[in-house]
Design a protein around this ligand. Structure first.
Ligand code: F6P
Length: 551
């Protein structure tokens, strides 16, 4: 048995789970009027209410013991001080350095990385401001109107999510497009209405080797050359963000247009780096600084607050409680702010690429479950789609609900209706509806006794479904920075407790490797027989039926 499962806290939690598993939150709230005060935390304008969870004081005490037994405080210091905690890639993990405001040196392998971070930030801001103020001119001396960020995964999801979230704060005469899919439809649909004379491409790839991004980048270059005839002024239309400057130069990007990132920034933690170039172009450098400031304030909170008052720590511990003791396999993230519509997709990579691991830090297979299946959608849309399962399904799906106290335009009629749904859903999931309540309602509707008894089972809601609510004043850049950082640290804490490395991603390699070799097999019309019968069958069906011009 793993050390984690043998630990005193784990064993005590198992016991405690037996005591609490049949207790209903409705009764917990009935017995303790102070539950909200006890189980909610506030950081600046962000309120984190975790009182609608299946916990009591004992649960919190034992979960904190679990965190201490995993030496969480020591791990937090390792994270911030640049230790090589990404041991399988022998790298430090320092996305926090990118938003550091303390001006104290941050040493990575004996070198202070702060001056380089600052320089790169200045470079990014300079390019962004030139574009925003229309000083940056293209090949035919026209201002740039369209930016196309070509990247995937961490070089795509973060910038896309943030530019969508902060679109109320963006310049309206600049369009930012994101292309990630190697499916030609994505880039072609994007380029169809663009003018190469007023378009700037950002090739965003930490490695500059990712197939999807490189194929799209080449298509963009060919489109540019075809339309403008020569590559004489290509430097006015292509920039890159990468840690592989050599490959970016070989691709033909002018050195001045290459923005650096470092191997100690993980792709899914990189929106704070030059990967955020498209964000800075959209919202401006002052707003970007606010984003960094919001994250920095959470970093300080995470590093210094006692574990029980530490929001990301409590978020993580609750996840562990459901994942490992209630056997909940998934979790939902449900923003009630339209501008956060890409947040669940962003978090999916952040969480599942970080903690979807079955081997621990010692190289041993774990004997407990790790990262959950994370899914989500705008809450209101989810209500009319999959909330049925959340309320009456057979699976326990702990959910995070995020909502703003006011929105940018704040039309009262809309916002009150929106918020009534937020409060109603969390209450419904917690309380449910008993048979007595359902019966009384049906009687009030005038149904006869037989009809009531037939319908009754369908009208009962078991409740006791956990939700945690994050209420923030409004979705400005600083608040968004804070929310993202809360989740980043939550993921880290869970990785520490599960004793896994949250910062590598070897699981994405096998598919890439196979795709490389299969790509060659698609070059001709010969039947393949090198795989299993299913893969052979699929490849051969494709080769037989594809149009001749694709053969
Ligand atoms: O395939 C997964 C991945 O390596 C992610 O971790 C990363 O964010 C993404 O691909 C893009 O990588 P790059 O920025 O190097 O193109």
């Amino acid at each position: 048995m793993s050390e984690l499962k043998q630990s005193a806290a784990w064993q005590a939690l198992l016991q405690h789970y037996d005591d609490i598993k049949d207790v209903h939150m409705r009764d917990m709230f009935g017995e303790d009027q102070g539950r909200f005060d006890k189980y909610s935390l506030q950081l600046n304008n962000i309120l984190y209410d975790y009182s609608k969870n299946r916990i009591n004081d004992k649960t919190v005490e034992l979960l904190l013991q679990l965190a201490n037994e995993a030496e969480l405080p020591g791990w937090i210091e390792k994270l911030f001080s640049g230790e090589h905690i990404n041991h399988t890639e022998n790298r430090a993990v320092l996305h926090t350095a990118l938003r550091d405001k303390s001006n104290k040196p941050i040493i990575v392998d004996g070198v202070d990385v702060l001056p380089e971070i600052m320089q790169e930030r200045v470079n990014v801001k300079q390019l962004a401001e030139k574009i925003r103020t229309r000083q940056w001119r293209g090949a035919t001396n026209q201002a740039i109107t369209d930016i196309v960020n070509i990247g995937i995964g961490g070089s795509h999801l973060g910038p896309l999510m943030v530019t969508e979230a902060l679109k109320s704060h963006s310049l309206h005469d600049l369009n930012i497009h994101f292309v990630s899919n190697i499916d030609e439809n994505h880039i072609n649909d994007t380029l169809e209405y663009l003018n190469p004379e007023t378009t700037l491409f950002i090739i965003a790839s930490k490695t500059f080797t990712t197939q999807d991004t490189m194929v799209n980048a080449e298509t963009a270059r060919q489109w540019y050359l075809k339309k403008l005839g020569s590559d004489e002024h290509i430097s006015k239309h292509f920039a890159a963000v990468t840690s592989n400057v050599k490959l970016a130069k070989e691709f033909g990007i002018a050195e001045d247009n290459i923005f650096k990132m470092w191997d100690w920034v993980g792709g899914r933690y990189s929106l704070w780096s030059s990967i955020g170039l498209s964000i800075v172009i959209a919202i401006g450098s002052e707003q970007f600084d606010e984003l960094l400031e919001g994250a920095y304030e959470v970093d300080q909170h995470f590093r210094t607050a006692p574990l029980q008052e530490n929001i990301p720590v409590m978020m993580a511990l609750l996840g562990i409680w459901y994942n490992n003791f209630f056997d909940a396999q998934s979790m939902a993230v449900l923003p009630y702010d339209q501008h956060l519509h890409r947040f669940p997709a962003y978090l999916q990579q952040a969480d599942m690429e970080s903690n979807g691991k079955y081997v621990d830090r010692n190289g041993d297979e774990v004997d407990y479950t790790t990262g959950p299946v994370l899914f989500g959608e705008i809450g209101i849309a989810g209500q009319h789609a999959f909330f049925q399962l959340l309320h009456q399904g057979t699976k326990l799906v702990p959910s995070d609900i995020l909502a703003p106290v006011w929105s940018f335009r704040c039309i009262a009629r809309h916002h009150r209706a929106l918020m009534s749904n937020v409060f109603a859903q969390t209450e419904a999931m917690m309380r449910g509806k008993t048979a007595e309540e359902a019966r009384a309602e049906l009687q009030a509707e005038g149904l006869d006794a037989q009809a009531i008894e037939q319908l009754l089972p369908y009208k009962v809601f078991p409740g006791n479904r956990p939700t945690s609510t994050i209420l923030f004043d409004t979705l400005d850049a600083k608040t968004l920075g804070s929310i993202i950082a809360l989740y980043e640290h939550k993921i880290f804490v869970q990785g520490v407790i599960w004793n896994i490395n949250s910062f590598d991603q070897w699981g994405v390699e096998l598919g890439k490797q196979l795709a490389k070799s299969i790509l060659h097999e698609l070059d001709d019309t010969d039947e393949v027989a090198t795989h299993d019968s299913s893969t052979n069958g699929l490849i051969n069906h494709y080769k037989k039926r594809r149009p001749k011009k694709n053969s």
